[in-house]
Design a protein around this ligand. Structure first.
Ligand code: ZN
Length: 453
């Protein structure tokens, strides 16, 4: 609507509503409505003459609206907080529908929509794909279907198979496997210890999510390896202990490097970034520090875009927050080092095994863990939590796909958190230059699961 000449937008709005009235019943849909509906307050960059006139016209058209005419107006935006308040008053846009990330059922339906015109063979099970993509949004899922189709075409097949889809899921979330990247033996050793550090510390703590897969095959999105963990179920709340466990797990990669090699690498950059965000959110948003108690110290400006928080306190308090974050992370790092030092034998054994095999399952991981610790193999799994059962049941096939002998209705989202790709997910621990991943500072909505690196 907005043009260079003042008044053009307003006349277009008039025209639009005139047409709508002629064609009623109809739906008027305005996408990215923040482009014209931005607040007139200069704080949000308002005050543009042409846009203001356009907005005023829109407001008056919506007022003079006869509800019996059968015209429905829909607007969409990622930034509802910057819309002009007048636009949201009753009688104008009076109902707000929040389109959140899809749940399991939603993902199945979205996959069906996007795969409608794609030829699939009988192995395809969209429910299984939906189960493996918790945290993914519509565009991720569309992308996965597309990648799967490309994979099939590349191999000269006419139909997409389940294997293509699984490969595409991993591709979209952590990048393609980069088998041709040659890493030196020393680097592979470091990455092995780093990843096993994450996995082992996670396994040694309460409140952690069972390890599903550990790999040191580099990915095109920059990670050199990652640890995938399974949450017990789709969670909407996290308690302080779980967050602390995640922090200790996140810094454990670096801790393993320091203990084993006596020096540290750049591989922990992504872990450190994530851990700092979580620690900061705990202190400034969730009221989880003794020092500041229940005081809210930061605000999130645009929860639907990047969700980054901005400190909202005096400079002096900001300095104290930094101090508190530093102490919290230091404490977690010491704990991770202590856990790894006490279990050095297990760490060595699993890291060597991973070095030789490149990718190991949670089952193999737990088997070695129990062997070294002298624990009996569990014969009775009835006491297991759902995610422990899943971790025990997964088999990785040669082609890179995996299957589980367990058919649970529960939404096990082994991928959630990668990348935080929406990751809401965010517990990913990464090594490597990658800093992909969704922002995980909103940890209350995210359950961490994959430690990607
Ligand atoms: Zn890491």
């Amino acid at each position: 609507f907005v043009e260079m000449f003042v008044g053009m937008g307003a006349s277009k709005v008039r025209d639009l509503f005139k047409q709508a009235k002629e064609k009623a019943p109809c739906i008027v849909f305005i996408d990215e409505i923040d482009a014209i509906g931005r607040s007139r307050d200069s704080k949000y960059g308002g005050g543009n003459e042409e846009r203001e006139q356009t907005l005023n016209q829109l407001l008056s058209e919506m007022d003079g609206f006869d509800s019996s005419k059968g015209i429905l107006i829909l607007g969409a935006t990622n930034r509802p907080e910057i819309l002009d308040k007048a636009l949201l008053r009753p009688g104008r846009f009076d109902r707000r529908i929040i389109v959140d990330k899809p749940d399991l059922k939603g993902r199945v339906e979205i996959l069906k929509v996007h795969s409608k015109d794609v030829k699939m063979d009988e192995t395809v099970d969209l429910d299984a794909i939906a189960l493996a993509t918790s945290g993914a949004v519509g565009s991720d899922l569309a992308n996965m279907i597309n990648e799967a189709a490309i994979n099939a075409v590349k191999e000269g097949r006419e139909f997409v198979s389940q294997k293509d889809l699984f490969a595409a899921v991993e591709q979209v979330l952590v990048g393609k496997e980069k088998k041709d990247r040659i890493m030196s033996q020393e680097e592979r050793r470091i990455v092995s210890y780093h990843e096993v550090g994450h996995a082992l510390v996670s396994a040694l703590q309460k409140d952690s999510e069972p390890v599903q897969k550990i790999t040191i095959v580099p990915r095109t999105m920059g990670s050199l390896g990652y640890v995938m963990q399974v949450p017990e179920e789709e969670k909407y709340l996290q308690n302080k202990d779980e967050l602390m466990t995640r922090l200790v797990t996140l810094v454990a990669g670096r801790a393993a490097e320091e203990i084993v090699f006596g020096r540290v690498t750049t591989g922990a950059a992504n872990d450190i970034e994530k851990a700092t965000k979580i620690a900061k959110a705990m202190i400034t948003q969730y009221g989880m520090s003794d020092r500041f108690g229940l005081m809210n110290l930061s605000t999130v400006d645009d929860p639907y875009l990047n969700g980054n928080a901005r400190l909202d306190c005096s400079d002096e308090t900001a300095a104290q927050i930094d101090e508190e974050v530093k102490n919290m992370l230091k404490e977690c790092y010491e704990e991770a080092k202590q856990l790894l030092t006490e279990n050095r034998d297990v760490l060595d054994k699993i890291a060597h095994y991973l070095y030789d095999h490149e990718t190991i399952t949670g089952k193999e991981f737990m088997k070695i863990f129990r062997e070294v610790k002298g624990l009996p193999e569990p014969t009775d799994t009835t006491g297991f939590t759902h995610s422990e059962k899943v971790a025990e049941s997964v088999t990785f096939n040669e082609d890179g796909s995996y299957s589980s002998t367990l058919n649970g209705p529960s939404e096990t989202d082994i991928w959630k958190g990668i990348g935080d790709v929406n990751t809401e997910k965010d517990d990913s621990c990464s090594i490597g230059e990658s800093s992909q991943g969704e922002d995980s500072s909103n940890a209350d909505h995210q359950s961490a699961d994959v430690s990607d690196s």
